[in-house]
Design a binder for this molecule. Structure first.
Ligand SMILES: Nc1ncnc2c1ncn2[C@@H]1O[C@H](COP(=O)(O)OP(=O)(O)O[C@H]2O[C@H](CO)[C@@H](O)[C@H](O)[C@H]2O)[C@@H](O)[C@H]1O
Length: 491
């Protein structure tokens, strides 16, 4: 099969979070199974060019219609650890992708509407006719709309779209300017409840809703979150739309790329190990402590890696720092915030705890350090308010860092409480789960985890090894995506 992914991220060249990991990891697994995969991305000025091989101009002067005129683009092509990627570089005064950031601009809607349009124009003009176009999140929600309203009539009538929602909270709420810019035009047609009209604001368009309505199949990134989005509050207003399209909606649990995340071969960690050589992990803990100037006592090391965002339960992350110190544990945090208030809050804590030998707070995005943290940590916390899938608990499991998670979304599909789980035998349990959002709930789970580490080290090690034995690779999810692709292809 020939699959084209259209996305705003692909790790490690463009990675703001888990979306990048998924686009890369799924593409690699599909290619390993003999399918052809190409990835279309924006050419951001701030992407990690050091992760691209053979970058060259593949198409010059791609004319993308925009507001009745056109924007000229060059399309570059290169390999990101074996994946063939096309990078769209528009020449316009808007400087859509030369902002020194991936997201967070006032005109994000227009930037990614343009990207969606340009990606389809590129496919059309280069005669690329994939069996399936797989697009992701609100940034590419317009792709199926444009495909089925415009490009279908210009020679792309056989293409099918699979649309994956990684985060329902960000939906691309726009004004009608995206319609006029992209050539969709007919305002009254799209401002309809069964098309792109926002469920909360009848005078706004919702790009994610467009993705749901027009795609041939929609997935979110875990079965439990699919349920939450459909029946609970986590659809952020799109539950009704999901309900109307439930026949083409499902949850596919993400995987993690076991070549990137592999403690036996990770190029960013000094000591390789697996379940049989688990004691080597302790050397990584020492290396992490040395790198971060932490003390070397006999203490468990608890880590948080992730975006610092309300989604992630930042109030509980903050509480965990002080609870860990109170319980004679060490804490390492690696995170970045887009909200200034959250950023300042954690910067303040960083200054406050700067000289504490048991705590290190690193604000920023650091792929290399994240690997060493997973390898060095005894426990990894994920106290999210909501979590469509969550990759950090799966990476933690793979590195023998026991996850302590809140029981929501994909966390419930992947972590099974050591002490209280009705569905898994004790030897299949792999972490700790709590349910409420208050600090006592977090403490109750951390207390059990730290207690086991101190008082029953052998049992703690067994728990970590049980986690390492889980298979959260892309093997199963890729099989599920392939059957979705086959299904929509023949419809
Ligand atoms: N400061 C930092 N430095 C280095 N690395 C960092 C980092 N902050 C985060 N990362 C890395 O980025 C990834 C984050 O994964 P998450 O599952 O938390 O994704 P996120 O919430 O961004 O995305 C959404 O999409 C993903 C993928 O579908 C879903 O799992 C998730 O639930 C959903 O919210 C991990 O690989 C992590 O190591």
């Amino acid at each position: 099969m020939y699959i084209v992914q259209i996305a705003s991220e692909c790790a490690p060249v463009i990675k703001a979070g888990g979306l990048g990991d998924v686009v890369y990891g799924l593409s690699r697994e599909l290619e390993l199974r003999g399918h052809t995969v190409e990835i279309i991305l924006p050419k951001y000025d701030c992407m990690r060019y050091d992760h691209i091989w053979g970058l060259h101009e593949a198409y010059r002067d791609l004319v993308v219609p925009w507001y009745g005129a056109a924007i000229y683009c060059d399309v570059y092509c290169g390999w990101v650890y074996g994946r063939l990627c096309f990078f769209i570089d528009p020449h316009s005064e808007d400087l859509f992708f030369n902002r020194s950031c991936y997201y967070g601009c006032n005109d994000d809607n227009m930037r990614f509407a343009f990207f969606s349009k340009a990606a389809l124009e590129f496919l059309l003009l280069t005669n690329k006719r994939p069996d399936v176009i797989h697009c992701h999140d609100w940034q590419t929600g317009l792709v199926p709309v444009l495909l089925f309203e415009i490009y279908k009539y210009h020679g792309m009538e056989y293409q099918r779209v699979c649309y994956t929602i990684h985060n329902f909270k960000h939906q691309g709420i726009s004004g009608c300017d995206v319609l006029w810019a992209t050539g969709l035009n007919k305002e009254s047609y799209y401002f309809a409840d069964d098309r792109l009209q926002d469920p909360f604001n009848p005078f706004a368009l919702n790009l994610m809703k467009g993705g749901i309505v027009y795609s041939n199949f929609i997935t979110t990134v875990s079965p439990h979150h699919a349920w939450e989005a459909h029946y609970g509050d986590f659809g952020y207003g799109l539950g009704h739309t999901i309900h109307e399209h439930q026949h083409k909606f499902g949850g596919v649990l993400n995987g993690i790329d076991y070549e990137v995340w592999n403690p036996q071969a990770d190029r960013y960690i000094p000591h390789h190990y697996d379940a049989d050589t688990f004691t080597e992990k302790a050397k990584n803990k020492q290396a992490l402590r040395e790198q971060l100037w932490l003390g070397h006592g006999d203490k468990p090391l608890i880590a948080y890696v992730g975006r610092l965002d309300q989604q992630k339960g930042v109030h509980l992350v903050h509480h965990a720092i002080y609870y860990a110190l109170y319980r004679q544990a060490q804490f390492v945090l690696l995170g970045s915030a887009t909200e200034t208030a959250i950023n300042n809050w954690f910067l303040h804590e960083k200054n406050h705890l700067n000289n504490n030998p048991d705590c290190h707070i690193e604000i920023g995005f650091n792929e290399e350090l994240s690997h060493l943290i997973y390898a060095g940590a005894d426990l990894i916390i994920v106290p999210s308010n909501y979590e469509p899938c969550g990759l950090t608990q799966m990476i933690g499991l793979q590195y023998g860092a026991v996850p302590v998670v809140r029981g929501v979304g994909g966390l419930l599909n992947t972590v099974f409480d050591r002490d209280y789980d009705n569905y898994h035998e004790p030897e299949k349990r792999n972490g700790y789960v709590f349910f409420q959002t208050d600090s006592q709930a977090l403490e109750s789970a951390l207390d059990r985890a730290i207690g086991l580490w101190y008082h029953y080290p052998k049992k703690f090690q067994n728990l970590a090894i049980q986690g390492m034995e889980y298979d959260y690779s892309w093997s199963n999810p890729a099989t599920q995506y392939l059957s979705i692709y086959e299904y929509i292809r023949h419809k």
